[in-house]
Every structure is written in C-alpha cells, then in structure tokens.
Design a protein around this ligand. Structure first.
Ligand SMILES: *Cc1c(COP(=O)(O)O)cnc(C)c1O
Length: 352
C-alpha cells in the first residue's frame, strides 16, 4: 500500500549559496519539491522534482474560489544526526479535516507522512545543524480545475516544499483585543488551515500595526466577548497558577503545539482549564492581580509571550517574558522533547 514516488534530482544544489547568518523566514527554498495530482478520482503521479515554478491555468479554481489549505511543520536534527519530525500524524489528520471542509480530496495519512519523509530525506543536508534552526515544511493542497465553475474541484494538486529557518526572535507581543473584526464564526471554517482565513486578517492587522500593535486577539463574532486565538496562534492565560485556554468550538484551530502543551502541563501536575474564556474575566483577573501571564502557541514561534493587551476597557500590562515564567519553562521542555533530548516516552518523534 501507499503511493510510489518517482524522483528527478536537481542537477546542482543551492545549499552552498545559503547565507545562514541572514536567513529570512520562508524566503529560502531547498532543491526539491514534492507534487501529486488528483484527477479521474484518484491521486496520481506522486513525484519529487527540482524546486521550481508551478504551471497552472489562469482559470485554476483555487485562485478564484479559495479552495486551498496548508500545514506547517518542522524537521529537526537530533544529536545523532537523525532527522526528527514531531507528531506528524496530527498534521496529517488536520490536513484532511481542512481538506474536507474545502471539498478537496483527502490524502491517506500514511501517504501524507511518507511523502514528507521522502522529500525531507532527500533534503537531509538542508536541515540546519545550528542551534534553534530547523527545516520548515509547507505541505499544501488546492483545487486545480481549469474552468471557472463554482463547484467542488475534480482536480487537485498536493505540493510540499521546505525552507531552512533560523531562530524566531520575537520580542513579547503587543496585542489588540478585537471589538470590530472577526476571524471565524460558528459554522465557518476557523478550524481549518484554509488560505482565506489568513488573507482576510491582513487588512485588520495592518491597521493596528500602524498603531504599534503586533496582532489581534480574535473574539467571537456576536458579542466580541469570548476569546478565540491570537494572530495565527492559540492563546493561553495563567490565572491563579491555572493554565486557561479557549475550548475547541469549531472557530479555532486545533494546534499541535496547543495539544502538546496541554499534555505537558497536565503531566507535570499543573492545572489546566479548557473552556470558554471571556474578555471580562481577563480584565477582572488583571485587576485583582491573579492574571500573571499570557502567551500564544504555534509551530513557528513555539511559545510567544504577550506583554500588552488593549481594548476600549484599557491596557493589560504583563511581564509574561520573565525568566521564571510558566511560558519560558514549558517552551524549554517542549523544545527538549522535539530535539530528542528528553526521552520520548510519548512516542511523539518520527526518526529516520
Ligand atoms: C497553524 C495555526 C495555529 C497553530 O497550530 P500548530 O499546529 O501549533 O502550529 C494556531 N492558530 C492558527 C489560526 C493557525 O493557523
């Protein structure tokens, strides 16, 4: 079982030309990419070929109607030189959840993972051997019908490419609590990593960047009362030493980092509470001194402390980036699991 992947190797490698000191996120690509096409009811022509431009009809459906989904994951190099993937099964599962929501064909989990392994194996030398560096993997899938009818696509394309990336230096975030724009609504596609979810946030975020904020804290569409996510990350609050995060209600993305952090917190005996979280209770906890931290979680930055939250109710000023913060401690722990420094008793790592 599983699909056969043909390989055409690049004639030469661009690896020696990489400026490792000035790596910009997502701008440097490895030598190869993976492509498979869906037509006549099946996935076909799985192939690894030299990285290059795609040739598509101007009528290709995803560009008109947005049936396009993606994933984001990282390969790292273990101490022994092995390639390490972290919980890729979660990405495979979520890819199919996203695909179904966009009426795109799904991909068997084992084919999704074997394609990533095949590509990353060929690009092994591109996995940086430097601290805090990794190979970012971007699988995506889009409708590829070459006519402009609005309907579930009969043709689709699955592509994977990789980018070596450096450390994600981020200063603590300044966040605006949304009282106007929304990211996702019940019944919508907030739980999917669908392209349009991101495109529609760029204009609102551009507005607040001009005022010195980094991201929006997205709230529910009806009352702007319930908290969803921060930017493209899941969000956590620490109140009275309890970790509080919004429950998965269909409007937020089921983050692999979120899931892993919740696991690690529970395992170390820290109390966690997944439930509806209101803006009011965050202000209340801030005013009575019980809110001590806020942070976002996602594959790219892992854990990002948030030091300022603003809305018409005023400013919440935190020191979430303290040396002894909960977020710093859990980030370190998670990073050690990802690098295979801690014993993998959860079976989270895929090595090859
Ligand atoms: C990708 C993403 C996340 C984080 O998911 P991870 O699997 O942890 O990387 C959170 N929210 C949104 C909207 C995302 O797109």
């Amino acid at each position: 079982m599983g699909w056969f992947i043909s390989v055409v190797r690049a004639e030469s490698s661009k690896l020696s030309k990489v400026d490792w000191e000035n790596l910009q996120f997502g701008r440097v690509f490895t030598d190869h990419m993976f492509i498979a096409d869906f037509y006549d009811g099946a996935w076909r022509d799985a192939r690894i070929i030299p990285f290059g431009d795609l040739c598509l009809s101007p009528a290709f459906s995803a560009i008109h109607y947005g049936q396009s989904i993606f994933e984001g994951m990282k390969a790292q190099r273990g101490k022994d030189g092995d390639v390490l993937l972290f919980r890729p099964n979660l990405n495979a599962q979520r890819f199919n959840i996203s695909a179904k929501r966009m009426a795109l064909p799904t991909i068997p989990e084992e084919d999704f993972i074997s394609s990533i392994k095949a590509l990353v194996d060929i690009e092994r030398n591109w996995i940086p051997n430097r601290e805090n560096h990794s190979l970012y993997i971007r699988p995506f899938l889009f409708g590829n019908d070459s006519f402009i009818g609005v309907k579930p696509p009969e043709n689709a394309r699955f592509v994977i490419f990789c980018c070596p990336v450096g450390p994600y230096y981020s200063t603590p975030l300044k966040v605006m609590i949304s009282e106007k724009y929304v990211r996702a609504v019940p019944g919508g596609a907030g739980f999917a990593k669908a392209a349009g979810n991101y495109g529609a946030t760029l204009m609102p975020v551009k507005e607040i960047k001009e005022q010195g904020y980094d991201q929006y804290l997205w709230t529910d569409a009806f009352e702007h009362r319930y908290i969803q996510e921060v930017g493209t990350m899941n969000v956590f609050f620490v109140i009275n030493d309890v970790i509080i995060t919004p429950e998965l209600d269909g409007t937020l993305l089921d983050g692999t980092t979120r899931d892993t952090l919740l696991h690690l917190f529970r395992e170390q005996g820290t109390k966690v509470d997944e439930r509806k979280v209101t803006v009011d209770e965050i202000y209340k906890a801030y005013n009575d001194g019980t809110l001590t931290e806020c942070f976002g979680s996602g594959t790219a930055a892992v854990v990002s402390p948030i030091n300022l939250l603003t809305s018409s109710h005023g400013d919440i000023i935190l020191k979430s980036d303290r040396e002894d913060s909960v977020s710093r401690h859990i980030k370190k722990k998670l990073t050690e699991y990802k690098l295979g420094i801690r014993q993998d008793h959860h079976n989270w790592l895929v090595r090859f």
